[in-house]
Design a protein around this ligand. Structure first.
Ligand SMILES: C[S@@+](CC[C@H](N)C(=O)[O-])C[C@H]1O[C@@H](n2cnc3c(N)ncnc32)[C@H](O)[C@@H]1O
Length: 268
């Protein structure tokens, strides 16, 4: 099996490096500080499904270095709590609040999404989780936890970027999961676990095109900034990540691994 490459730790600790900012802009068009296959227009669409009102409280699960949650807070006027297992991400996210004057509306915490969440029952008006469900092997418990912490009638949106929808080799799976713990599920498993946790599935869409586009642009932008990146990452890690982005592009553009977004609702 290829050795794992720590994408999140290194990316979050160097998040403010100029070259990474340039790569993000070339990759995403509008850089909202995301570290996923998410674009700003896509995120705005997902946010609109949550029917949020100013002053409500949203949980962002796997908030990374905080970019999307700051964007959500800004767009909606909501309070946001972001949790992530990566300490560097949470530290960078918390530091960004000082700069952006959002301290009174956003909080970040280190927490494992696979474990019991450090919140009371019926706390949140919505939950959002972008391109991270694949890192949660205890998925049935994860959904049960979301159901517990959401208020009745409220909604959650999540994307699963690696639903197995075609033939994939063991090497491709190893390459796709180079950046950490991964769980790959076939179609139907998320749906079954969502229902078992007590949620109603409101909407489900294939959003692989965004992952295919973003991974291609990310690969190309990284190639353009190769020399500067090698200074930060070293040659081996640079090459490892290039293979990773190329694999994401081919797997998603050929729909062998699909990125699916789910909108779920807790009963009143
Ligand atoms: C692809 S990134 C997405 C980050 C963010 N949602 C975004 O769109 O920019 C996946 C995130 O999942 C986090 N993660 C992985 N395992 C986790 C866990 N068990 N609990 C909480 N976060 C986790 C990683 O640290 C990383 O920030």
């Amino acid at each position: 099996m290829p050795e794992r490459v720590d994408l999140f730790y290194n990316t979050y600790s160097n998040f403010t490096e100029q070259v990474l900012a340039a790569i993000r802009e070339e990759t995403f068009g509008k850089d909202i500080g995301q570290n996923s296959w998410l674009t700003a227009d896509e995120y705005e669409r997902f946010i609109s499904w949550l029917r949020l009102e100013p002053g409500q409280h949203v949980l962002e699960v796997a908030s990374g270095s905080g970019g999307p949650s700051r964007y959500l807070a800004h767009q909606t006027g909501c309070h946001v709590t972001g949790i992530d297992a990566n300490e560097n991400g949470v530290e960078t996210a918390t530091r960004s609040l000082n700069e952006k004057n959002l301290k009174d509306r956003i909080t970040y915490k280190v927490a494992d999404a696979n474990a019991r969440l450090p919140f009371e029952d019926n706390t949140f008006d919505a939950a959002m989780c972008i391109d991270s469900m694949n890192h949660f092997p205890d998925r049935a418990d994860v959904f049960r936890e979301w159901h517990r912490i959401l208020r009745p009638g409220r909604r959650a949106v999540f994307t699963d970027p690696v639903v197995i929808t075609g033939p994939v080799t063991n090497d491709e799976l190893a390459l796709r999961s180079l950046v950490g713990l991964f769980m790959f599920v076939p179609p139907g498993v998320n749906e079954q676990l969502i229902a078992a946790a007590g949620f109603r599935l409101v909407r489900k869409e294939d959003v692989s095109d965004n992952a295919a586009l973003v991974s291609r642009r990310w690969h190309e932008a990284r190639h353009r900034h190769k020399d500067a990146l090698i200074e930060i990452e070293g040659e081996e890690r640079f090459e490892g990540l290039q293979k990773f982005f190329a694999a994401v592009h081919s797997l998603t553009s050929e729909r062998r691994l699909s990125r699916i977004v789910y909108l779920v609702e807790k009963n009143e």
